[in-house]
Design a protein around this ligand. Structure first.
Ligand code: SF4
Length: 239
């Protein structure tokens, strides 16, 4: 068996184990390439009754990203659950600070992420034993110490990153060889895709996450979804 085939088999085994031992579990999909690999693996293995798939509809996503939801429905007949921010909190932020105040400071940016992502995520995770992300170790300095299975103290549950060991090449090999639908922005220089105003295309040779919150220092570039006790938990190198 090739290294790639072993990687896929290990990931399938991880998902089966989550379905068996950690149900109900949920997969938080950002609808990016990695998330489409996991979506395909979960739905092909018919694990959706044990592992639900949701996405955070922040209200600031690209139309191309929203289009991925339709492609998932067309391809797999599956409706991704959408979690939206509390409208009153969004309205208060915009009224007090402006629609795009996240450019003004890290504090303002984190508050926008808290309202549009962190709070809806808490709602989406509530009542589950485990959650799953499509994060990979190689994606950024803040993800360098990522494990396949972690204890997420902040959310009081187990967190799985089944693609932690995958390379970008592995992800695209899987997508191409299995005809998995993906966000067309990936073909336009967007390896990492978040909200529209906070994501830009990158140039060849730039870090894959350089287009996310590009106006900030790399050490602050997480949205609060993967932070424990207010601290980044994956800033150290892998031993
Ligand atoms: S990524 Fe940008 S627009 Fe989206 S929630 Fe965070 S600060 Fe707000």
């Amino acid at each position: 068996m090739s290294d790639y085939d072993q990687l896929v088999a290990d990931t399938q085994a991880t998902l089966e184990r989550i379905a068996c031992d950690f149900s109900p579990a949920v997969f938080a999909s950002s609808l990016a390439a990695e998330d489409m690999v996991l979506t395909d693996l979960i739905l092909r293995a018919k694990l959706q009754d044990k592992i639900g798939i949701f996405s955070l509809e922040t209200g600031r996503l690209h139309k191309e990203t929203l289009g991925v939801l339709d492609r998932i429905k067309e391809t797999y007949g599956y409706d991704v659950a959408l979690y939206k921010p509390e409208q009153a909190a969004v309205d208060a932020y915009v009224q007090q600070n402006g629609l795009n105040a996240f450019y003004d400071s890290v504090t303002m940016r984190k508050e926008c992420c808290r309202i549009r992502k962190v709070e809806p995520l808490k709602r989406a995770l509530s009542g589950n034993k485990a959650w799953i992300t499509g994060q990979r170790r190689a994606q950024s300095t803040t993800r360098a110490a990522l494990d396949v299975q972690e204890n997420d103290e902040a959310h009081g549950m187990t967190k799985f990153n089944p693609l932690a060991d995958w390379s970008e090449e592995d992800v695209w090999h899987y997508i191409r060889s299995n005809n998995v639908p993906y966000n067309p922005l990936h073909d336009k220089g967007y390896p990492s895709i978040g909200c529209e105003p906070c994501t830009r295309a990158i140039q060849p040779g730039e870090d894959v996450r350089a287009g996310r919150w590009w106006w900030e220092n790399p050490e602050t570039k997480e949205c609060g979804l993967h932070v424990v006790d207010g601290k980044l938990v994956r800033t150290k190198s892998v031993a």
